[in-house]
Design a protein around this ligand. Sequence first.
Ligand SMILES: [Zn+2]
Length: 292
Amino acid sequence: MPQPSHDILQRFMFPELACRGEIVRLTHTWEAVLARASYPAAVQSILGEALAATALLSATIKFDGSLSLQINGKGSLRMLLCQARSGGGLRGLARVEKDLHAQEQPLFAQARLAITIETGSPAERYQGVVDMADAQVSHALETYFERSEQLATRLWLTADDEQCAGILLQRLPDYASQDDTDAWRRLCMLTDTIKADELIRLPGLQILRRLYNQETVQLLDSQHIQFGCTCSRERTAAMLIGLGEDEVQSILQDESEVDVRCEFCNAQYRFDASAVRALFSPARTSGRSPKG
Ligand SMILES: [Zn+2]
């Protein structure tokens, strides 16, 4: 059974300073992501930071749908994708250049980080893209916040083999009208004293007490986060229908069945010849109509 202190995101606020924050530590969610693929150490570390960041971001933004953090680049890290669903389901993966000489390639080259928010109803899509100028997920996200929300935001992110964790601090829109003009600089300096191993090992509330013991901190709600994948046989069927009958039939000619594996959770969806026929048959009785 997961322990209650694991995979919790805690929101907090400095009511006198017009600043807010969040702290997250992921154990089981991170374990579930790592159980499905093995990555070079440097990539694993970036993926862990990105996963913690995605959890933090999903709690900053009010949305009913999904939030994705995606990195694309021409270095040995080709693609990284972390996705959060409103309600707490989180998943992530990375694609690495398999070339033997990849070690000599930098991890990041011409890399860009995109944040995409998609809502269900009404269906809307927002995307913000920033350069990974110095190869730091936290710095790219700070730039993203500066541009998209115009709110000063700082992130501290870290990951090891067992946990990934992060802190986010953000100024509230009425920061400029509060009296303590040094507040933001002071809160950032205090948070800078956190060591990576403390962020990973200590429970969130203990970290808040240790960092901000001179400040008034108000705890807001906390949220449980868990690994969650949105793949399904229905969605896989819709994807195959999108490929078109000729394409799917040509896969069937080489293999006895069409075998689709979800890269996030390793779930396998198999479609044999009769299942493929059913996909493209107008008389299909179950699932979505192929026309719809
Ligand atoms: Zn899946």
